[in-house]
Design a protein around this ligand. Structure first.
Ligand SMILES: *[C@@H]1O[C@H](CO)[C@@H](O)[C@H](O)[C@H]1NC(C)=O
Ligand SMILES: *[C@@H]1O[C@H](CO)[C@@H](O)[C@H](O)[C@H]1NC(C)=O
Length: 215
């Protein structure tokens, strides 16, 4: 009888020990589920996002690598609304964040600057407000940053000139002010990347115009 109790206890402990790593690896699932709870999803595109699964790798619109780490989130054209929130900053393995052509509002969370592996940040054609966070200058792998067709205001953070891998930027159709940086990758971007920001002046004249002129 005593022996049976001891072994039942041992089995229970073993179950706890085995379950612990699975729970820990679910951090990314928790972050995605937190996003789901803050979004309105009239078309049910997030219906498969079941937080009781071991990881989010079988959820629709989520892609994992061979080590079950979330590398893509594909929710473009999904008719979702609500705000993006800070939780996505916990998806540190993310390479592609595709949230374009929805009805997302609120600000771009500064926590997105934690996504060190991000290659593509596509938030275009939403209703995002606020300013472009300076923290995005930490996205050293970033190649594509499309924030066009939103309601973003403020100036273009000078720190973005540090993004040496950036190939494409699109900030057109916003309410951005000030001047366009000229250094780093900004020396190659066409003016149409910045068009229809009625308060944005041309490329800055080095040393002559303070960057927040007109903001
Ligand atoms: C998007 O959602 C709204 C409800 O918020 C609905 O009226 C509309 O038909 C949906 N659009 C599409 C293309 O599914
Ligand atoms: C300029 O951008 C705003 C959104 O910020 C948009 O509503 C408007 O249609 C755009 N105008 C043109 C000419 O593209």
């Amino acid at each position: 009888m005593e022996m049976a109790l001891v072994s039942a206890g041992a089995v229970a402990l073993l179950v706890v020990l085995l379950a612990a790593p699975a729970r820990a690896s679910n951090e990314e699932g928790d972050a995605l589920y937190a996003l789901r709870t803050r979004l309105l999803d009239p078309n049910g595109v997030l219906q498969s996002w079941d937080p009781t699964l071991v990881n989010p790798c079988t959820w629709f619109h989520v892609t994992c690598d061979h080590a079950s780490r979330v590398v893509r989130l594909d929710l473009g054209n999904s008719n979702i609304s609500g705000s993006i929130g800070p939780e996505l900053g916990r998806l540190v393995n993310l390479q592609y964040l595709e949230l374009y052509r929805n009805n997302l509002d609120g600000e771009i969370p500064k926590e997105l600057g934690n996504l060190k592996n991000l290659i593509s940040l596509d938030l275009y054609a939403n209703k995002l407000t606020g300013t472009i966070p300076k923290s995005l200058s930490k996205l050293s792998s970033l190649r594509f940053m499309r924030l066009n067709n939103n309601k973003l205001a403020g100036s273009i953070p000078r720190e973005l000139a540090k993004l040496s891998n950036l190939k494409v930027i699109d900030l057109s159709n916003n309410d951005i002010c000030g001047t366009i940086p000229v250094d780093g990758p900004f020396s190659t971007f066409p003016l149409r990347s910045f068009e229809n920001n009625s308060r944005l002046n041309g490329p800055e004249l080095q040393g002559l115009v303070p960057y927040d002129f007109g903001c």
